[in-house]
Structures are given as C-alpha cells and as structure tokens.
Design a protein around this ligand. Structure first.
Ligand SMILES: *[C@@H]1O[C@H](CO)[C@@H](O)[C@H](O)[C@H]1NC(C)=O
Ligand SMILES: [Zn+2]
Length: 533
C-alpha cells in the first residue's frame, strides 16, 4: 500500500500554482518505504529506505526515514532495488515461444505427445488452419529422430537447435518437410504479434525485468512497436536495434531515429551480423578449429562490406551493434567500428568519439588478445550473455583448444572497464536475469548448478564477476549501452520510477538460491506491473 500525500495536505499548503513544476511533482508524489533500498547510486545512499514517485512516473525524492518516523512505520515488507534490464533479447520471438508447446527437456515421444495434447486441451482452436501448433525445444540427440510436420492436424514441431544454426541468433531448424511447412505456415498478423508482445512483457515483468534491448527488429515490426508503445499493455521499456530482412542491408525502407518521450521505446541503433555459431563450427576464426583442422568458420559478409555498412549506418546517426562470435568476426567488428569512429570524429581521439557513439559488439565471445587491447583502448562495448558461456562450456574447449579458451573466450571480468552490457539472448536462453547473474558470478549452469562436464567448480572462474558487478551488468551496463544512464538502472531523483521488490537484499541471498529466486513485485513508471501474491 502506497503512502499518499492527502489532498488536504496539498490544499493546506496554499495555492499550488505558485510552485514550480518540480515542487508540484514532489507534493503530488506517492511515497514508498521498504525495509531497505538498494539505489545503485553513491555509497552515501546506504541507509535509504524511502522514495517518492511523481505522477509522471519518475523518482522525485530518495531518502532515509528514521526508524521511529511515521513514514518508516508505513514501510512495505521487502527490499527494493532498481528494475533489471536485459541487454540482448528478442521480444517478439519470446512471445511466440511462450505461445508454443514447450518441448524442452522431453526425452521420449510419449512425453512429446503428452505435452502437445495438454497444449491442445488448454488452447481450444489450436490445430486449425489459422492456429497451427508450434512446438519448440525438440532435442534430436535425446529423441534420436528429427521432427516432422504432421500435416493433417497442422502441427509442426521444431527444435531449438541453436548448435546447428547459421548464426547464434533466434531461429529454428525445421526438418523435413521444412520448406513447404514454412511456406504454408500462417504468418502472424499485427494483432497476433501484439498478443505475443503482451505475453512476453508480462513474463519479463514477472522475472523482475523493466526494460530490454531488442537485438534486431524489422522495419515493419518497428512501426508496430511505435503504435503500441505507451499503451496499457506495454510494460517493458524497449531499446530496439533496427534489423533488415537480409540482415545487413543499408537501403531498405528508411528507419528514422525515434525516442518516445516517456522512455518506452527508443530506436537509434542498428544490428549488423558478422558471423555464425560456435557449436556448428560457423563462427569465423583467425585459426582453424581445434577439432576440425582445415575449418575456420565463415563470415556472413566480408570485412570491407562490414566496414562499409557500419560506416553507412554510423553516418546516419545510428549506434552500430555488430553480432560477432569468432575471433576473426570480432577483429573485423573492431575494424569496422574504428573506421566509422575515424570518419565521425576526424579530429578527436577514438575513445572520446566512442564515448558519444557507444558502438557495441553483440556476444563478444572469442576475441584475440590484440583485439581485446583495441577494445579496451577505444572503449568498444562488449554485450555479453553469461548463460552462453555456461551453455557452451561443454564443448567450447574442444572447438578452441586450451590456449585460445584461456586467452580469448567468454571474458567478463577482464572487460569490466569497458562497461559490459549483460543479457540473456532470450528465447535462446531463459529470460530470468537472476539465472544470468548466477552464471556470471559462479560460471556454472543455472540449470544444473554445475560447471563443465558436471564439475562442482565453475568454468574459468578467473573471468567471474562479483554479485555487485553482475547486478550492475543488468542495470548500469544496459543503461550506458542504450544511452539511458541516469534514467534507468538506478534509484535517484529524476530517474524513471522502475523498481523491483525482493524478499531479502540480494547480498543476503545464498548464491544457489539465485537459480530459483522469485521477485515479489515489479514497478514500471511508478505503476505496479507484477505482484507475486
Ligand atoms: C566483399 O563483398 C562485397 C559485397 O558482396 C563484394 O562486392 C566485394 O567484392 C567483396 N570484397 C572482397 C575483397 O571479396
Ligand atoms: Zn540474439
């Protein structure tokens, strides 16, 4: 229950018109007190337990109420902290995933049948010409066979076989008869997409997320986002990277920069792609794979083309974010960013120029030491998914060999000075940010609680983060990497009033508990969007 200044108090203070807007906002603010508040701000904020929120959805006062004060007596149970951000996810695809049969972890055909029939029971109408049943998470290794389309009921089951994907981006591998099925599949219309977005946002709020960076949105979907942002159901702040159908095009339908005044949608960045996935030996490497002599992966575009595209978008005023997994792709991404910065700021240091343009490398998975040094020198931002490290640890060293794994792969701690953005890549990995925090701190799988090959020890813990660093990677990191620092990821006067409430301060939570931690409440722009009870 929020503590609200009564109308009588305001009237009693005389004519409100005489006050400036800030004063009026403060007087009209709602005040919330908790058992404790982590502000993510200065150390001096250590004993903060209350904050006020204006009618426009921003924090006004952030303060400490003495334990015997009237305010402190009204404190809600629980501990507040800034709402979390996922620095790399796929919103619409996550909504589609939530509206599919979840096949993850099923190891027998009976289990598959069971899950499909349960879905059909719960979703009347599923299986019609307009409502195909999609299944996600078919594990051909466990099941021994590839899925096929069963046409009479219009079911098709797909495996989320990211290990065989061209890129590590969202995609399914559909097997026989894949092309006809994909061609016949009724593409979701805008109404359906709006439903996907709504269910995605609801679920993300439930995990304690208040914002996300969408790593690739088509021009058509960006228009839909613009229509929907600001509506009642839009409860996640979205920093959307523009992406095109052919993934790297420069001259498709023009995309304009766009910033919703209330901070619910920002379009000012582009996603470019350099290479593919490590699991399928698709990531572009400087040297051959350790387990496939003669094979070094491949680039999706050559180096000069990547630079040309980066420069083109940069000069249109866009932040350039390049998907790069292998060390060759990362090298060319650094080259492309460097060329664009030189062009943008011919008379300035690259680091100063980069501080304004904030070019990023999405995934930043395997980076040669020389290129790590260049990233540090310029401040090129690594966008990292801690659970990718723990999903890949099973085979990464096999692919890369010991030396490359130690010097180049899945770095986190050694990149801290260049403001890493942490995320999950949902729906490729679970969206729960506490699982990402767990993976970053322990370098163990949040799924199993184990390191590589079932080891009780974390994988390359020399690159692990502290809890505080990991939290900042899901708050301050995305804020800087999305140009919202001071407005998001922090509880301070003027910032967006986005916060979550936990049962205990995160510092007091046993690290293993992070794997299943459930938030009590999530608030966005001063409104409660999720309540556990
Ligand atoms: C790089 O790719 C572009 C576009 O496909 C092509 O025009 C160009 O010739 C290629 N450059 C090299 C060096 O292969
Ligand atoms: Zn992605």
């Amino acid at each position: 229950m929020a503590w609200l200044y009564s109308a009588a108090t305001i009237v009693g203070l005389g004519s409100i018109v005489k006050f400036g807007q800030n004063v009026a906002d403060t007087l009209l603010a709602e005040t919330h007190c908790y058992q404790g508040v982590r502000t993510n701000g200065a150390a001096a904020d250590a004993d903060v337990n209350c904050f006020s929120v204006s009618s426009t959805g921003r924090f006004t006062n952030v303060f400490s109420a003495g334990s015997d004060s009237e305010l402190a007596k009204t404190a809600h149970p629980g501990y507040a902290m800034p709402g979390l951000w996922d620095g790399h996810g796929h919103l619409l695809q996550y909504g589609e995933f939530l509206n599919s049969v979840d096949l993850f972890g099923s190891t027998t055909m009976d289990e598959i049948r069971g899950r499909v029939s349960k879905y059909v029971d719960e979703n009347p109408g599923a299986g019609s010409a307009q409502e195909w049943i999609r299944g996600v998470g078919w594990d051909q290794m466990a099941l021994g066979v590839m899925p096929t389309a069963i046409c009479y009921r219009r079911i098709f089951l797909m495996s989320l076989e990211e290990k065989s994907l061209e890129t590590r981006e969202w995609a399914f591998s559909v097997t026989t008869p894949s092309p006809p099925v994909m061609a016949l599949w009724p593409k979701p219309d805008d109404k359906k997409k709006a439903g996907f977005l709504k269910s995605a946002m609801r679920r993300l709020n439930q995990y304690g997320l208040v914002g996300m960076h969408d790593a690739g949105v088509s021009a058509a979907n960006l228009n839909l986002f613009k229509e929907l942002a600001g509506s009642e159901d839009w409860t996640i702040r979205v920093y959307a990277m523009a992406e095109y159908y052919d993934r790297n095009a420069i001259c498709p339908d023009p995309v304009e920069r766009y910033n919703d005044p209330n901070g619910f949608l920002s379009i000012q960045s582009v996603k470019l792609f350099a290479d593919g996935a490590l699991g399928s030996w698709g990531s572009a490497m400087i040297d051959d794979y350790a387990d496939r002599p003669g094979v070094s992966g491949s680039l999706l575009v050559n180096a000069s083309e990547l630079t040309y595209r980066a420069v083109s978008w940069a000069t249109k005023g866009f932040q350039v974010n390049i998907h790069a997994i292998g060390d060759l792709a990362n090298r060319y991404a650094v080259d492309a960013h460097t060329a664009a910065l030189r062009l943008l700021c011919p008379c300035e240091s690259l680091a100063d120029c980069q501080a304004r343009h904030r070019f990023r490398i999405e995934h930043s998975q395997i980076i040669h030491e020389d290129d790590q040094a260049r990233m540090h020198a310029i401040g090129i931002i690594p966008s990292i998914q801690p659970t990718h490290a723990t999903s890949d640890m099973a085979y990464a060293e096999q692919r890369l060999g010991k030396d490359r794994t130690e010097k180049e792969a899945y770095r986190m701690r050694s990149l801290l000075d260049i403001k890493p953005v942490l995320g999950s890549d949902f729906p490729v990995e679970p969206a729960d940010p506490f699982q990402g925090i767990y993976a970053a701190v322990t370098r163990k799988s949040p799924h199993t609680g184990r390191g590589a090959n079932g080891s009780p020890d974390g994988w390359h813990t020399e690159e692990a983060l502290t809890l505080d660093q990991a939290i900042r990677g899901f708050t301050e990191g995305p804020a800087y990497g999305g140009f919202t620092e001071g407005n998001t990821g922090v509880i301070r006067p003027g910032a967006y009033a986005d916060w979550i409430v936990l049962d205990k301060p995160l510092e007091d939570v046993d690290i293993e508990e992070l794997r299943s931690l459930k938030v009590r409440e999530t608030w966005v722009a001063g409104k409660r969007v999720y309540n556990r009870d």
